[in-house]
Design a protein around this ligand. Structure first.
Ligand SMILES: [Zn+2]
Length: 689
C-alpha cells in the first residue's frame, strides 16, 4: 500500500484504464460538434475534472509572506538542478526519471517582498494559515464532503521545477461527497460524485522555457489553493464543461476566492473504450474545454488504431529495444549518425544544423511505414506524438529538429538522400525512419525517446499529461506521475478540525448554486432560466430587485440575461444601485405606472447611471402627459401626408416607426396604431374634400 493510501484508508488510487476494454475502431473520425451523446456513449467516453482555485487570504499557506503580490522585479536569482531519488518503496518514479533526462537548469527569480526562506526549503513550515483552512472547510461543506477529523500534511512529488523543494505540501480536507448535477439544457439531472478536496500550495509562475533552461517567478509559490477532484462521471464534452462551470460557481459562492487570470485552473482527464486516463493540464477557459476533450477522445481512438495495425503487422516491443547505456548510434543497429550525408546538402535546415556542429541521427522504426502519417488530432499525425516527446525531453532550442520518411515531401530532401538515410539504418520498405538533429547529447536523448515512443505505440495510449493548445489540440507534457508520489510530511503535526469550528463555519455557509436554482424555480422561472440565472454573475442583482413569483420575475430574468452581457462586454460594471432601481421599477410596473415592455431599457439605464436615485432613473419611463404622445402622432401623420403616391399601409408603417421608439414603455403599439389610423384617415378625408 502506498503511504497516501495508508494515511487515508478510504482512498484508493483511481484506476487509469477505461472500464471498457473494447475500442470501437470502426467509429468514424468526426469534428467536434457533430456527435450526439449516444455517439460518445458508443466511444466509451469518460471524463473527470480537477479544479484548482486560489483562495483569497492575506498570507501564503505555510509561511507569513503576503499572498497575491505579483511583481515583475527580482532582487535575486537561485539556480537549481533536480535529481531523482529513490522513493521510500525503493523505486524511481517515471516522471522523476523523465525530468532528470531533460537536464534542465532551473532558475528562480526572487522578489524580497513576496518570498522568504521557507519557499526555498531553508526554513521549516509555519503552522497552516487559519483563513485558508477555514475557506477550505467551508468549501468542503458546500460540496457535501465528509470532513477529515485531522488535517495531515502530505508531500506530493513535483519535479518539473515549478516548486523548488521538489514537492508540494498538501492536506486532504474532505472526501467522497455528492452534489446535484442538473443541466436542463443537456437533459442532465443526476448526482455528481466528488472524490476529494485538498488544500495545497500553489507552484511558481513560469517565465520562460528555452532549451535546457527554465525560469520561474516565486511570488505565486506557496499561495493557498484548493483542489477539487470529481470522479470520472462526465459522459460527453458538454457535460464536462457544465461540470466545470458548476464547480467554479460553488467555489465562487464562498466569496473568498481569487479572481482573474490564473486564479482558477483545471486539469481535465479523459479516456475512451480501450484507452486510459490522459490528463490535460491547465485548461483555464471553459469555452475551449469541450473541443479539447473531444479531440483527446479521438486521439486515443487513433492511437488504438495505430496499435492494432502494428499488432497486425507483428511488430514487437523487443524489435525496438535499445541498450540501457551507451550512445544510441554506437550501440544499436536502429540508430545511425548520418550527419556526413548532409555536409553538402541543399536542404537548408540540415545544412545549417551541420554548420552549427549538430549531430544528425536516423532512427529506424521497424514496421511503422505509413503510420507516422496516421492522423491523430485535427491537422496532426502520429509523427507529432514523437516530435513533441523529443521537444519536451531532449529540449532542442531550435524550432525544426525532426523529419520522417512518411512525409518526405515536407523537408525538401532529395529521394536519393532519403535512400542513403534508409540504407544507413538498414530500413526495409515496411519500416519508417525518423531524422533528428541537435547537439550530440540532445540527439542521443532524442533518438532514445523516438524508440521509447515507438514502443509505447504498442500499448496504445501512454499514461501522460498533456498541454492544452488554443486550437483545441494538445501536446505531450510529461509522463503521468505514479500513485507513489505522495508521502507524509514529517515537518508538520496533524491539525485537529474541531466540531466547534465546523459548526461555526456551517452556519455562515453561502447558498449553493443548486439551492439558488430551486429558489428561482419557486419564482415560476422555467428550469432552464432558473439554472442560467443561478449561474449568472448578476444573480445578486436579481435578488436585490426581489421580484414576486410569476410574470415579472420571468421578465426581469430575461431582461437581465439579454442586456447585462452586452454591458459587461462593453466593460461596464453593474452598479450597487441597480438592484434598488429595478426593485422600484418592478413595483411601478405592478402598479400600472410603467409599462413592462420598458424593462430592457430600464436595465440599461440602471447600469449607465450608477449612483442616481431610482426615481430619477425611472422618470423618463413614466407615461408623459397625453399631449406629448398626441403631438408626436399628429406630427408623424402630417409628415406622412407630405409623401404623395404611397399606399396607406406603407404610410402607417412609416409613421409607427417614427412614433413608437419615442413612446416605448409609455404607450402601447396598439394604442399608437389606432391613434395614427384615426389621424391619417381624418387627413385623407380632408384631402378628398
Ligand atoms: Zn514565505
Amino acid at each position: 500500500m502506498t503511504p497516501a493510501a495508508a494515511a487515508f484508508p478510504g482512498i484508493r488510487p483511481p484506476s487509469d484504464v477505461n472500464p471498457r476494454t473494447d475500442p470501437v475502431l470502426d467509429f468514424p473520425d468526426r469534428e467536434y460538434g457533430s456527435l450526439v451523446s449516444a455517439d460518445y456513449a458508443a466511444l466509451g467516453f469518460l471524463g473527470g475534472l480537477e479544479v484548482h482555485q486560489q483562495l483569497l487570504t492575506r498570507r501564503k499557506l505555510f509561511c507569513r509572506c503576503p499572498a497575491g503580490r505579483y511583481v515583475d522585479r527580482a532582487d535575486g536569482e537561485v539556480l537549481r538542478h533536480m535529481r531523482p531519488t529513490l522513493s521510500e518503496l525503493g523505486e524511481y518514479d517515471g516522471t522523476a526519471l523523465m525530468e532528470f533526462k531533460t537536464r534542465k537548469e532551473i532558475v528562480y527569480l526572487l522578489d524580497r517582498g513576496s518570498v522568504c526562506t521557507y519557499e526555498l526549503d531553508d526554513t521549516p513550515p509555519f503552522p497552516m494559515d487559519d483563513e485558508a483552512v477555514e475557506i477550505a472547510i467551508a468549501l468542503a461543506q458546500l460540496l457535501n464532503l465528509n470532513l477529515v477529523a485531522e488535517l495531515h500534511v502530505m508531500r506530493k512529488q513535483y519535479l518539473d521545477g515549478s516548486i523548488p523543494t521538489g514537492f508540494q505540501r498538501t492536506a486532504m480536507v474532505g472526501l467522497t461527497g455528492r452534489i446535484p448535477f442538473r443541466v436542463p439544457a443537456l437533459g442532465v439531472d443526476r448526482a455528481l460524485s466528488i472524490r476529494q478536496l485538498s488544500l495545497e500550495e500553489d507552484s511558481c509562475r513560469e517565465v520562460s522555457d528555452v532549451g535546457h533552461r527554465v525560469t520561474f517567478r516565486t511570488d505565486r509559490l506557496g499561495m493557498p489553493l484548493t483542489e477539487v477532484v470529481t470522479e470520472p462521471e462526465f459522459l460527453t464534452p458538454e457535460e464536462m464543461q457544465a461540470g466545470g462551470r458548476l464547480l467554479a460557481q460553488v467555489v465562487r459562492a464562498t466569496g473568498r476566492v481569487r479572481r482573474g487570470p490564473g486564479a482558477a485552473r483545471q486539469d481535465v482527464n479523459v479516456s475512451v473504450a480501450g484507452g486510459r486516463r490522459v490528463e490535460i493540464k491547465g485548461v483555464d477557459n471553459h469555452r475551449f474545454l469541450p473541443r479539447l476533450v473531444h479531440n483527446e477522445a479521438y486521439r486515443q481512438l487513433n492511437l488504438l488504431r495505430v496499435r492494432d495495425e502494428l499488432r497486425r503487422r507483428g511488430v514487437t516491443r523487443e524489435s525496438m529495444a535499445l541498450p540501457d547505456k551507451g550512445i544510441p548510434w554506437a550501440c544499436s543497429a536502429l540508430v545511425a549518425d548520418v550527419g556526413r550525408l548532409f555536409d553538402r546538402s541543399r536542404h537548408s535546415a540540415l545544412r545549417a544544423a551541420r554548420e552549427a556542429g549538430m549531430t544528425v541521427c536516423a532512427v529506424r522504426m521497424p514496421g511503422f511505414a505509413g503510420l507516422l502519417a496516421h492522423r491523430t488530432q485535427p491537422g496532426l499525425t502520429f509523427a507529432h506524438e514523437i516530435a513533441e516527446r523529443v521537444r519536451v525531453i531532449a529540449c532542442p532550442a531550435h524550432d525544426r529538429f525532426l523529419a520522417h520518411s512518411d512525409a518526405t515531401e515536407q523537408v525538401g530532401m532529395t529521394a536519393r538522400r532519403w535512400r542513403d538515410v534508409r540504407a544507413a539504418v538498414g530500413a526495409e520498405s515496411e519500416d519508417a525512419v525518423v531524422l533528428v538533429w541537435a547537439d550530440a547529447l540532445d540527439a542521443a536523448t532524442a533518438a532514445r525517446e523516438v524508440l521509447i515512443r515507438a514502443q509505447d505505440a504498442l500499448v496504445g495510449v501512454p499514461a501522460e499529461t498533456r498541454q492544452a493548445n488554443h486550437d483545441g489540440t494538445t501536446g505531450f507534457e510529461r509522463i503521468l506521475p505514479g500513485a507513489d508520489r505522495m508521502y507524509p510530511d514529517t515537518d508538520t503535526p496533524p491539525i485537529p478540525v474541531g466540531d466547534a469550528a465546523i459548526d461555526r463555519i456551517r452556519v455562515s455557509l453561502p447558498e449553493t448554486p443548486w439551492a439558488r436554482a430551486d429558489r428561482y424555480r419557486g419564482l415560476a422561472l422555467t428550469p432552464v432560466a432558473a439554472q442560467r440565472l443561478a449561474a449568472a454573475p448578476w444573480a445578486d442583482v436579481f435578488d436585490r430587485a426581489a421580484p414576486a413569483a410569476g410574470d415579472l420575475a420571468r421578465r426581469l430574468a430575461a431582461s437581465l440575461a439579454k442586456r447585462l452581457p452586452y454591458h459587461r462586454r462593453a466593460g461596464r460594471a453593474i452598479p450597487e444601485t441597480a438592484g434598488s432601481v429595478l426593485r422600484d421599477a418592478l413595483a411601478r410596473i405592478a402598479a400600472g405606472d410603467i409599462r413592462a415592455e420598458a424593462l430592457d431599457r430600464i436595465v440599461d439605464a440602471a447600469v449607465t447611471q450608477p449612483g442616481v436615485p431610482p426615481a430619477e432613473v425611472l422618470a423618463p419611463f413614466a407615461p408623459p402627459p397625453p399631449a406629448d404622445a398626441d403631438q408626436l402622432v399628429e406630427r408623424a401623420a402630417d409628415a406622412a401626408r407630405r409623401m404623395p403616391g404611397r399606399r396607406p399601409d406603407t404610410l402607417l408603417r412609416w409613421a409607427m416607426g417614427e412614433v413608437m421608439p419615442r413612446v416605448l414603455g409609455q404607450a402601447g403599439p396598439r394604442d399608437v396604431r389606432r391613434r395614427l389610423e384615426e389621424r391619417l384617415a381624418a387627413i385623407g378625408a380632408e384631402a378628398a374634400r
